[in-house]
Design a protein around this ligand. Structure first.
Ligand code: ADP
Ligand code: MG
Length: 403
């Protein structure tokens, strides 16, 4: 498989129009300001390497989930401004994706200059399930450039026009960010340094349960916190009050608990929980026993004893993958569990362990709690993509690059 780096070393890119699929899907606040620019920052090294090689760089990306038509609140315009600041060079923003304005923006590029196309998902072809419709949109994208560089790790698990179909239509290469992410994931799946501890939490419980089947074959310990913990506690027969619970997954979880016991994989659940009367920072809240959560309470964080136990189970780890915050960290009363786990990762990182954080909210959490990215081994830009990789699934955006 070719990498962007190979093309650069070959000196082949000067004057070439290079279409780069980046992941610029950043969170915005109600006023449209970027609240975490991690993904824009992560996309900069590949773009810079290409411009320094003399390429005319055409960046394409999506933001949010518009339904195939333009919607002002999903415009990439604020991202174009941020990208320009981070690159320290002008970014020409094309207010359409493949139409006349995009073509004229591309035509106006000199060697080493950058254009950003408007949100890919303003076009129904981008995410269409219909191969012909997706292909037609990919044809239009491909017509803008001579080479395609796939660097949007957060979308490589998607069979979408700008990820999958476009690579079938033109010479292509893997960007440096995707390369780095895949190298890290290989360290979590091939020749893993042990103990290998996986911390799972967050709110997207059913999306994340699937990975556990595979982790039972690779990990030594699973620490389960966040909203995910309650389906496990329920599977053990405990009442979880009004906490997040996926009733239809209880049997699946029971199966995991049995398999873990057979294989000698430790599954560690919270023994205490910060429980509140409602999902709010001002609600009455306190620490309760995880095995007797009052019927009218919602568990919103792991309790202090659980956080200490999780930290102890992390202290000798040599490899850690963490996906999903331990609590509703956005609200100060429920942030302590996430803080303790983050600190435990920082401590073992400084002692040489490989620590990997996946998941948009998990990454936002550690930044919000005041940690710097370089205190961890790697902060992934693609939570869903990393999970699918660890689950052993085929990632269309990676396999297409092999062809
Ligand atoms: P990530 O983006 O890291 O993959 P998720 O999207 O699955 O993580 O979940 C993040 C969200 O989970 C956060 O917004 C957080 O508030 C929420 N969360 C964590 N613990 C709980 C809980 N006990 N109950 C409800 N929500 C929770
Ligand atoms: Mg999330």
């Amino acid at each position: 498989m070719k990498t962007a780096h190979d093309l650069i070393s070959a000196g082949w890119l000067r004057g070439k129009r290079v279409l780069v699929r980046s992941d610029l899907n950043v969170p915005l606040d109600a006023a449209g300001a970027i609240t975490d620019d991690g993904r824009v920052r992560a996309s900069v090294p590949t773009i810079t390497a290409l411009t320094e090689a003399g390429a005319r760089v055409i960046v394409c990306a999506h933001l949010g989930r518009p339904k195939g038509v333009p919607e002002a609140k999903y415009s990439l315009a604020p991202v174009a401004r941020r990208l320009q600041e981070l690159l320290g060079a002008p970014v020409v923003f094309a207010t359409d994706t493949v139409g006349p304005l995009a073509r004229s923006a591309v035509a106006g590029l000199a060697d080493g200059q950058v254009a950003l196309l408007e949100n890919l998902r303003f076009n129904p072809g981008e995410t269409s399930k219909d191969n012909t419709e997706r292909g037609a949109f990919a044809d239009e994208l491909a017509s803008l450039a001579e080479v395609f560089v796939s660097d949007g790790f957060g979308v490589v698990h998607r069979k979408q026009a700008s990820v999958y179909d476009v690579a079938q239509r033109m010479p292509h290469a893997m960007g440096g960010l995707v390369q780095t992410e895949v190298e890290v994931l290989k360290k979590l799946t091939e020749s893993v340094a042990r103990p290998y501890v996986v911390v799972l939490g967050g709110a997207k419980v059913s999306d994340k349960l699937g990975v556990i089947a595979n982790l039972l074959h690779t990990a030594d310990r699973l620490l389960i916190g966040g909203g995910m913990a309650f389906t496990f506690l329920a599977a053990q027969g405990y009442e979880v009050g009004k906490s997040l619970l996926e009733v239809d997954q209880i049997d699946v979880v029971k199966g995991y608990l049995d398999q873990a016991a057979e294989r000698g994989v430790e599954i560690i659940l919270p023994t205490d929980v910060v429980a509140a009367t409602e999902f709010s920072a001002d609600a009455e809240h306190g620490v309760v026993d995880a095995h007797s959560i009052p019927a009218d309470r919602i568990g919103l964080d792991i309790g202090p004893a659980s956080a200490a136990a999780f930290a102890a189970k992390l202290s000798d780890a040599r490899t850690v993958f963490w996906n999903g915050p331990m609590g509703a960290f956005e609200m100060a009363p429920y942030a302590a569990g996430t803080l303790v786990v983050a600190q435990a990762l920082v401590d073992i990182t400084s002692k040489g362990a490989l620590t990997v954080i996946g998941g948009g909210d998990s990454a936002a959490a550690v930044r919000q709690l005041g940690f710097a990215d370089n205190q961890f081994g790697h902060i992934s830009t693609g939570g869903g993509a990393s999970l699918e990789y660890l689950e052993g699934k085929v990632l269309p955006g990676l396999t297409v690059l092999e062809g």
